[in-house]
Design a binder for this molecule. Structure first.
Ligand code: G3P
Length: 241
Protein backbone atom coordinates (compact mmCIF):
# COMPACT_ATOMS: atom_id res chain seq x y z
CA UNK A 1 0.00 0.00 0.00
CA UNK A 2 1.50 3.32 -1.08
CA UNK A 3 1.12 6.26 1.28
CA UNK A 4 1.14 9.74 -0.23
CA UNK A 5 1.28 11.79 2.99
CA UNK A 6 -2.45 11.50 3.68
CA UNK A 7 -3.90 9.17 1.07
CA UNK A 8 -3.25 5.46 0.69
CA UNK A 9 -3.68 3.37 -2.43
CA UNK A 10 -2.51 0.01 -3.76
CA UNK A 11 -0.42 0.22 -6.94
CA UNK A 12 -0.73 -2.52 -9.56
CA UNK A 13 1.39 -2.78 -12.69
CA UNK A 14 -0.58 -3.02 -15.95
CA UNK A 15 1.25 -4.72 -18.80
CA UNK A 16 2.35 -7.94 -20.43
CA UNK A 17 6.11 -7.71 -20.56
CA UNK A 18 7.32 -10.68 -18.53
CA UNK A 19 10.69 -9.14 -17.59
CA UNK A 20 8.93 -6.07 -16.29
CA UNK A 21 6.40 -8.18 -14.35
CA UNK A 22 9.24 -10.23 -12.80
CA UNK A 23 11.09 -7.05 -11.77
CA UNK A 24 8.10 -5.06 -10.50
CA UNK A 25 6.50 -7.98 -8.63
CA UNK A 26 9.61 -8.06 -6.42
CA UNK A 27 9.09 -4.42 -5.41
CA UNK A 28 7.35 -3.87 -2.09
CA UNK A 29 5.29 -0.96 -3.37
CA UNK A 30 3.70 -3.07 -6.12
CA UNK A 31 0.66 -4.93 -4.81
CA UNK A 32 -0.50 -6.71 -7.94
CA UNK A 33 -0.49 -7.21 -11.67
CA UNK A 34 -3.12 -6.70 -14.37
CA UNK A 35 -3.01 -7.46 -18.05
CA UNK A 36 -5.37 -7.86 -21.00
CA UNK A 37 -5.25 -9.48 -24.47
CA UNK A 38 -4.41 -6.19 -26.18
CA UNK A 39 -1.42 -5.57 -23.92
CA UNK A 40 -0.34 -9.19 -24.44
CA UNK A 41 -0.50 -8.90 -28.22
CA UNK A 42 1.37 -5.58 -28.10
CA UNK A 43 4.12 -7.24 -26.04
CA UNK A 44 4.48 -10.01 -28.62
CA UNK A 45 2.83 -12.80 -26.59
CA UNK A 46 1.92 -15.61 -28.97
CA UNK A 47 0.83 -18.37 -26.58
CA UNK A 48 -1.77 -17.22 -24.02
CA UNK A 49 -1.35 -20.09 -21.55
CA UNK A 50 2.47 -20.08 -21.64
CA UNK A 51 2.39 -16.39 -20.80
CA UNK A 52 -0.34 -16.80 -18.17
CA UNK A 53 1.57 -19.58 -16.37
CA UNK A 54 4.82 -17.59 -16.41
CA UNK A 55 3.09 -14.41 -15.25
CA UNK A 56 1.42 -16.22 -12.32
CA UNK A 57 4.81 -17.68 -11.31
CA UNK A 58 6.43 -14.25 -11.62
CA UNK A 59 3.74 -12.58 -9.53
CA UNK A 60 5.23 -13.81 -6.20
CA UNK A 61 1.76 -14.65 -4.87
CA UNK A 62 0.55 -11.09 -5.44
CA UNK A 63 -2.85 -10.50 -7.02
CA UNK A 64 -2.79 -11.14 -10.77
CA UNK A 65 -5.67 -10.48 -13.16
CA UNK A 66 -5.98 -12.50 -16.39
CA UNK A 67 -8.77 -11.94 -18.89
CA UNK A 68 -11.19 -14.27 -20.70
CA UNK A 69 -12.12 -13.40 -24.26
CA UNK A 70 -14.75 -15.79 -25.62
CA UNK A 71 -18.05 -14.33 -26.88
CA UNK A 72 -19.83 -17.52 -25.83
CA UNK A 73 -20.84 -17.14 -22.18
CA UNK A 74 -20.47 -20.87 -21.38
CA UNK A 75 -16.98 -20.92 -22.88
CA UNK A 76 -16.19 -17.75 -20.93
CA UNK A 77 -17.00 -19.69 -17.74
CA UNK A 78 -14.74 -22.57 -18.84
CA UNK A 79 -11.90 -20.14 -19.62
CA UNK A 80 -12.36 -18.50 -16.22
CA UNK A 81 -12.17 -21.86 -14.42
CA UNK A 82 -8.90 -22.67 -16.20
CA UNK A 83 -7.35 -19.27 -15.45
CA UNK A 84 -8.48 -19.36 -11.83
CA UNK A 85 -6.87 -22.80 -11.49
CA UNK A 86 -3.44 -21.29 -12.22
CA UNK A 87 -3.12 -19.89 -8.70
CA UNK A 88 -4.90 -18.69 -5.58
CA UNK A 89 -4.06 -15.06 -6.30
CA UNK A 90 -5.66 -15.08 -9.77
CA UNK A 91 -8.58 -12.72 -10.37
CA UNK A 92 -10.33 -13.54 -13.64
CA UNK A 93 -11.14 -10.49 -15.72
CA UNK A 94 -14.67 -10.69 -17.09
CA UNK A 95 -15.60 -7.86 -19.45
CA UNK A 96 -18.92 -6.26 -18.45
CA UNK A 97 -20.32 -7.40 -21.84
CA UNK A 98 -19.03 -9.73 -24.52
CA UNK A 99 -17.96 -8.19 -27.84
CA UNK A 100 -21.57 -8.44 -29.09
CA UNK A 101 -22.76 -6.20 -26.23
CA UNK A 102 -24.44 -9.09 -24.34
CA UNK A 103 -24.22 -8.58 -20.56
CA UNK A 104 -22.03 -11.07 -18.70
CA UNK A 105 -24.01 -10.93 -15.43
CA UNK A 106 -24.78 -14.66 -15.56
CA UNK A 107 -21.07 -15.46 -15.95
CA UNK A 108 -20.09 -13.22 -13.04
CA UNK A 109 -22.75 -14.70 -10.74
CA UNK A 110 -21.82 -18.28 -11.67
CA UNK A 111 -18.10 -17.70 -11.04
CA UNK A 112 -18.74 -15.98 -7.71
CA UNK A 113 -20.91 -18.96 -6.69
CA UNK A 114 -17.89 -21.16 -7.40
CA UNK A 115 -15.71 -18.86 -5.23
CA UNK A 116 -13.72 -17.75 -8.25
CA UNK A 117 -12.38 -14.24 -7.77
CA UNK A 118 -13.45 -11.93 -10.58
CA UNK A 119 -12.27 -8.59 -11.89
CA UNK A 120 -15.20 -7.03 -13.77
CA UNK A 121 -13.50 -5.05 -16.49
CA UNK A 122 -14.13 -2.42 -19.17
CA UNK A 123 -16.64 -0.67 -16.89
CA UNK A 124 -17.26 2.88 -18.11
CA UNK A 125 -20.82 4.03 -17.45
CA UNK A 126 -22.92 4.66 -14.34
CA UNK A 127 -25.41 2.00 -15.46
CA UNK A 128 -22.56 -0.51 -15.78
CA UNK A 129 -21.40 0.35 -12.24
CA UNK A 130 -24.99 -0.28 -11.04
CA UNK A 131 -24.99 -3.61 -12.88
CA UNK A 132 -21.73 -4.66 -11.22
CA UNK A 133 -23.12 -3.82 -7.79
CA UNK A 134 -26.29 -5.82 -8.50
CA UNK A 135 -24.23 -8.91 -9.35
CA UNK A 136 -22.08 -8.81 -6.20
CA UNK A 137 -22.89 -10.13 -2.72
CA UNK A 138 -21.46 -9.41 0.72
CA UNK A 139 -19.10 -12.40 0.51
CA UNK A 140 -17.92 -11.75 -3.10
CA UNK A 141 -14.18 -11.31 -3.62
CA UNK A 142 -14.03 -9.07 -6.65
CA UNK A 143 -12.58 -6.02 -8.30
CA UNK A 144 -14.42 -3.53 -10.47
CA UNK A 145 -12.09 -1.99 -13.07
CA UNK A 146 -13.36 1.44 -14.04
CA UNK A 147 -11.62 2.63 -17.20
CA UNK A 148 -10.92 6.13 -15.98
CA UNK A 149 -8.70 7.17 -18.90
CA UNK A 150 -11.31 6.19 -21.47
CA UNK A 151 -13.97 8.06 -19.46
CA UNK A 152 -11.69 11.12 -19.41
CA UNK A 153 -11.20 10.78 -23.18
CA UNK A 154 -14.90 11.67 -23.53
CA UNK A 155 -14.49 14.90 -21.54
CA UNK A 156 -15.93 13.54 -18.27
CA UNK A 157 -14.29 13.53 -14.84
CA UNK A 158 -13.49 9.90 -13.90
CA UNK A 159 -13.21 10.75 -10.18
CA UNK A 160 -17.00 11.29 -10.12
CA UNK A 161 -17.55 7.76 -11.41
CA UNK A 162 -15.18 6.29 -8.81
CA UNK A 163 -16.85 8.30 -6.05
CA UNK A 164 -20.27 7.04 -7.22
CA UNK A 165 -19.03 3.42 -7.13
CA UNK A 166 -17.43 3.83 -3.67
CA UNK A 167 -20.75 5.02 -2.24
CA UNK A 168 -22.68 2.17 -3.87
CA UNK A 169 -20.21 -0.39 -2.43
CA UNK A 170 -20.58 1.14 1.03
CA UNK A 171 -24.39 1.16 0.82
CA UNK A 172 -24.46 -2.55 -0.05
CA UNK A 173 -21.69 -3.46 2.49
CA UNK A 174 -19.56 -5.04 -0.23
CA UNK A 175 -16.48 -5.09 1.96
CA UNK A 176 -14.42 -7.54 -0.13
CA UNK A 177 -14.93 -5.66 -3.38
CA UNK A 178 -12.19 -3.24 -4.42
CA UNK A 179 -12.32 -0.58 -7.07
CA UNK A 180 -9.54 -0.32 -9.62
CA UNK A 181 -8.76 2.96 -11.42
CA UNK A 182 -7.77 1.42 -14.77
CA UNK A 183 -6.79 2.85 -18.14
CA UNK A 184 -4.32 5.15 -16.42
CA UNK A 185 -2.90 7.89 -18.60
CA UNK A 186 -0.47 9.84 -16.40
CA UNK A 187 1.17 9.76 -12.98
CA UNK A 188 -1.18 12.49 -11.69
CA UNK A 189 -4.03 9.93 -11.98
CA UNK A 190 -2.41 8.06 -9.07
CA UNK A 191 -2.89 11.10 -6.81
CA UNK A 192 -6.42 11.68 -8.15
CA UNK A 193 -7.34 8.04 -7.52
CA UNK A 194 -5.87 8.10 -4.01
CA UNK A 195 -7.64 11.36 -3.18
CA UNK A 196 -11.08 10.08 -4.21
CA UNK A 197 -10.54 6.96 -2.07
CA UNK A 198 -10.10 4.39 -4.83
CA UNK A 199 -8.60 1.16 -3.43
CA UNK A 200 -6.26 0.35 -6.31
CA UNK A 201 -4.78 1.98 -9.39
CA UNK A 202 -3.23 -0.06 -12.18
CA UNK A 203 -0.66 1.77 -14.26
CA UNK A 204 1.85 0.94 -16.99
CA UNK A 205 5.49 0.62 -15.77
CA UNK A 206 6.52 3.88 -17.47
CA UNK A 207 3.96 5.77 -15.35
CA UNK A 208 4.89 3.90 -12.15
CA UNK A 209 8.52 5.01 -12.69
CA UNK A 210 7.44 8.64 -12.32
CA UNK A 211 6.21 8.12 -8.75
CA UNK A 212 9.79 8.90 -7.72
CA UNK A 213 9.05 12.51 -8.72
CA UNK A 214 6.46 12.86 -5.92
CA UNK A 215 7.22 16.12 -4.03
CA UNK A 216 10.26 16.71 -6.27
CA UNK A 217 11.68 20.22 -6.18
CA UNK A 218 10.12 22.09 -9.15
CA UNK A 219 13.05 24.49 -9.61
CA UNK A 220 15.39 21.50 -9.80
CA UNK A 221 13.03 19.87 -12.29
CA UNK A 222 12.99 23.07 -14.37
CA UNK A 223 16.80 23.17 -14.44
CA UNK A 224 16.96 19.51 -15.48
CA UNK A 225 14.45 20.26 -18.26
CA UNK A 226 16.57 23.14 -19.61
CA UNK A 227 19.68 20.95 -19.35
CA UNK A 228 17.87 18.34 -21.46
CA UNK A 229 17.14 20.99 -24.16
CA UNK A 230 20.79 22.10 -24.10
CA UNK A 231 22.17 18.60 -24.27
CA UNK A 232 19.89 17.67 -27.19
CA UNK A 233 20.63 20.86 -29.17
CA UNK A 234 24.38 20.30 -28.60
CA UNK A 235 24.18 16.63 -29.60
CA UNK A 236 22.21 17.51 -32.75
CA UNK A 237 24.76 20.24 -33.63
CA UNK A 238 22.01 22.87 -34.09
CA UNK A 239 22.84 26.48 -34.83
CA UNK A 240 20.57 29.50 -35.24
CA UNK A 241 21.95 31.95 -37.78
O1 G3P B 1 -6.07 -1.10 -17.28
C1 G3P B 1 -6.77 -1.22 -18.46
C2 G3P B 1 -5.90 -0.78 -19.56
O2 G3P B 1 -4.97 -1.75 -19.87
C3 G3P B 1 -6.63 -0.27 -20.76
O3 G3P B 1 -6.07 0.94 -20.97
O4 G3P B 1 -5.14 2.66 -22.40
O5 G3P B 1 -6.43 0.76 -23.41
O6 G3P B 1 -7.58 2.54 -22.10
P1 G3P B 1 -6.33 1.76 -22.31
Amino acid sequence: MFNFDTHKIKIFTDGANLDSIIKLAKDDFIDGITTNPTLMRRSGVTNYMTFANSAVKASQGKSISLEVFSDNLDIMIDQARILSGLGKSVYVKIPITNSQGEPTSSVIKQLLNENIKVNITAVLSYSQIDECIRNLQGNSFAYISIFAGRIADTGLNPSLFIDYAINKLKDKHLNNVELIWASTREVYNIYEAAKVGCNIITAPPEIIKKIKLYNYDLNKLSLETVQMFKSDSDSAGYSIN
